[in-house]
Design a protein around this ligand. Structure first.
Ligand code: GDP
Length: 444
């Protein structure tokens, strides 16, 4: 998610970081590079223009130019502009109507609509304690209704019994009736997809919408299609009253053009993002966390949330408290390696951790993988408690002792220290920007 954009922007900011002072020309030059980065990420032109205008106006303000840490100020401004562009606050799904609240899912064929319907049903059932029923209105694709039924069985969500030959509006009415009678909180309608936006499809959407009066009409679009996703959203939005967007395949989208353009161009918030093929790979979309990922500060909040789901609460609380203090020594790093293993492998989590972008390169090049995590653990375990608390103590002699003790080379010890330093720097930067404030309260 956002990897290439993230890399491009960190290149811009690396040049500013650590500078004592910046003049206006330098700030403007940096903003031109931000502009190129956004264009390369396939962000829509009007969005790029608005973004760069806003960021430049603030960045050439007296505050930045006089600041002792101008680089950091610029990063903060870009962060704030990213959050705004991505939609500000998290837009949650609204189900506050007399039950059953109808959630109508619309989108083109292949966008991931049926999968997302089942993912969202599971999320509402597991995390919001809703009693959910799903019904497929797709009478064009022969196996569509069956597909939803199978997914429903997989996630433990009821589906409306299939009656062959029934038309979409009639299925919607029957589903509504059944959901009402059987006391369901939420009814999810998976509508038919098409290859392109066409009139017949739009007429059908409108008729279903009128018959079922949805509380939410969510458009499912494929993030990998970039600006096409935004065009599709504009077209659908003109015909049916969309309440939000679900961007699928964010796991494969390194650029982020669709995510960054969606709100500005369509006016519709991204409510959820699909992050994989697995049935639980659907997350509420949080603009401020996404901005954190883009700026390479890691999505610490999501990481801690994930930790809270997987680990026991005491462990997660301890981790949050430490991170919130910006404290991060070798013992914390060891704990993180162990938690990472528990939480489902290094690959998935590396992206959420601050400063792990560089570690990821090492992983991609095969130098670090889940197996070699055991070696990293061994290195830390060969350190004395004092060394773990204060890695600065590690001079050449100590490094040789640790390398011998853990059966690795001194280079490997150095690599681990570098990784730790990167993570620590990122934590500190994040703390300065106030990104960790929310963490402390999360378990309070
Ligand atoms: P539909 O035609 O729009 O109903 O599309 P489907 O729900 O059948 O999905 C098409 C394919 O996309 C399936 O193989 C899904 O597993 C896959 N898919 C859906 N969402 C995601 C996602 O967020 N990430 C990834 N990697 N694949 C997804």
């Amino acid at each position: 998610m956002f990897e290439s954009l993230s890399e491009r922007l960190s290149g811009v900011f690396d040049k500013l970081r650590g500078r004592g002072a910046l003049n206006e020309l330098e700030v403007r030059a940096a903003m031109r590079e931000v502009r190129v980065a956004l264009l390369e990420a396939d962000v829509a032109l009007p969005v790029v223009k608005d973004f760069v205008d806003r960021a430049t106006e603030r960045a050439v303000g007296a505050d930045v130019l006089k600041s002792v840490t101008p680089g950091q100020q610029v990063v903060k401004i870009v962060n704030d502009c990213l959050v705004d562009t991505l939609g500000g606050e998290n837009a949650d799904i609204e189900l506050n109507v007399a039950p059953p609240a109808v959630v109508m899912m619309v989108g083109l064929q292949g966008s991931g609509k049926t999968t997302t319907t089942a993912k969202l049903a599971k999320l509402l059932k597991d995390k919001r304690a809703k009693k959910v029923m799903m019904a497929s209105l797709d009478v064009n694709r022969p196996a569509a209704q069956e597909q939803l039924k199978v997914l429903g069985e997989q996630v433990g969500v009821a589906t409306l019994p299939i009656i062959a030959g029934q038309q979409p509006v009639d299925i919607a009415k029957r589903a509504l009736q059944a959901a009402k009678l059987q006391g369901f909180d939420v009814l999810m309608l998976d509508t038919a997809g098409r290859l392109h936006v066409d009139q017949a499809l739009m007429a059908e959407m409108k008729a279903v919408s009128e018959a079922s009066q949805p509380a939410e009409t969510l458009l499912v679009v494929d993030a990998l299609t970039g600006q096409d996703a935004v065009n599709v959203a504009e077209n659908f939005g003109r015909e049916v009253p969309l309440t939000g967007v679900v961007l699928t395949r964010m796991d494969g989208d390194a650029r982020g053009g669709a995510a960054l353009s969606m709100r500005f161009i369509t006016g519709k918030p991204i409510k959820f993002v699909g992050t994989g093929e697995k049935i639980d790979a659907l997350e509420p979309f949080h603009p401020e966390r996404a901005a954190g990922r883009i700026l390479g500060m890691g999505d610490v909040v999501s990481l801690v949330e994930r930790a809270a789901e997987t680990l026991d609460v005491a462990e997660a609380e301890a981790m949050a408290a430490k991170l919130a203090k910006g404290k991060f020594d070798m013992t914390d790093m060891l704990a993180q390696f162990r938690q990472m293993k528990k939480m489902g492998g290094l690959g998935a989590l590396a992206k959420m951790l601050p400063g792990m972008a560089k570690a990821q390169e090492a992983m991609a090049s095969g130098k670090v993988n889940d197996k070699s995590i055991a070696r990293l653990e061994a290195i830390i375990l060969s350190m004395t408690p004092k060394e773990r608390a204060k890695p600065d103590l590690l001079n050449a002699r100590r490094k040789i002792r640790i390398a011998n003790g853990s059966g690795v080379t001194v280079q490997e010890v150095n690599r681990l220290l570098k990784m730790h330093a990167d993570m620590e720097t990122a934590m500190k930067r994040l703390k300065k920007m106030g990104g960790l404030g929310a963490l402390a309260g999360m378990f309070g």
